[in-house]
Design a protein around this ligand. Structure first.
Ligand code: ZN
Length: 198
């Protein structure tokens, strides 16, 4: 890429600093996997990702640019914000799945769960309405959490095989399950706080 400071045409694309003038270069890719220098995969080594985050943050830290030009300051701010955003997306399984689908040009605006999923959800809803006490809510929560884990394993397989359309179907179901899980958690919290009052 061309250095915005000295115009030198750097041979490599993902450099942090210009090979000629040594000044900071803007991140010129929107691919978070490239930014973190890891292979595009649903399997992310989280401690490794975190290490990489600290290294990238250190390179771009505003403190390093106190004496620098406005241009360099702007680049470090721009880079820092992309790095932080990328980290948030890659570390979270749901956001990572969504991001990988987008990267592979899968339309994620379509979000109707499968018929089977909707039928299952009707059963959960009925169950949730009839639950008498906290331990029953906890049991249902456990059941849903197990199901979510199963689906996460499934989407892992789909991504590994690069079956993105199938991964999208699983993704929709995972989101659906996750929303339901949040509802149960809410109910659990409110049942716990009503116990606190008594
Ligand atoms: Zn330069």
């Amino acid at each position: 890429m061309n250095c915005p400071h000295c115009k030198y045409n750097n041979s490599k694309n993902y450099l942090q600093y210009c090979e000629k003038c040594g000044k900071i270069l803007p991140i010129n890719t929107s691919n978070y996997f490239d930014i973190f220098a890891i292979a595009e995969s649903f399997e992310v080594d989280l401690p490794g990702l975190e290490k990489r985050l600290y290294a990238l943050q250190a390179l771009n830290h505003p403190d390093k640019f106190i004496q620098a030009s406005i241009k360099e300051k702007d680049i470090s701010t721009h880079n820092s914000s992309i790095i932080n955003q990328g980290y948030k997306v890659l570390k979270n399984v749901h956001r990572r799945a969504e991001y990988m689908l987008k990267l592979n040009e899968i339309d994620i605006s379509h979000n109707t769960p499968s018929v089977q999923m909707l039928e299952e959800a009707m059963e959960w809803r009925e169950k949730l309405g009839n639950l008498k006490n906290e331990s029953e809510i906890k049991d249902l929560l456990e059941e849903i959490t197990k199901l979510e884990l199963q689906k996460l394993n499934l989407i892992r397989e789909k991504f590994a095989k690069k079956l993105y359309t199938e991964a999208q179907e699983v993704y929709i179901n995972i989101n659906f399950i996750n929303r339901f899980k949040q509802e149960i958690e809410k109910q659990l919290n409110s049942s716990q706080s009503s116990l606190d009052i008594q």
